[in-house]
Design a protein around this ligand. Structure first.
Ligand code: SF4
Length: 71
């Protein structure tokens, strides 16, 4: 079974599918306050503004990170 984890700040929900990650490093190099693989949990959506989080998630080349806006 493939793991799927979700994180939310009440404005955006980020979905993390580790099996899809190609370890490009885009996320933790681009927005390390939010994406930090040395921290647990490694995604902290309170550390940046929602538009910046969305912009970074859209740079994930493997779709390991996706999002939906919380309505
Ligand atoms: S940007 Fe996507 S593919 Fe690259 S390390 Fe982050 S989650 Fe993995």
């Amino acid at each position: 079974m493939n793991t799927v984890k979700q994180y939310t700040n009440g404005e955006v929900t980020v979905i993390w599918r580790p099996d899809r990650c190609c370890h490009s490093g885009n996320c933790w190099q681009g927005l390390p306050r939010v994406f930090n693989p040395k921290r647990h949990p490694w995604i902290n959506l309170t550390a940046a503004a929602t538009p910046d989080i969305i912009k970074q998630v859209e740079c994930c080349p493997s779709s390991a990170l996706t999002y939906h806006v919380v309505l």
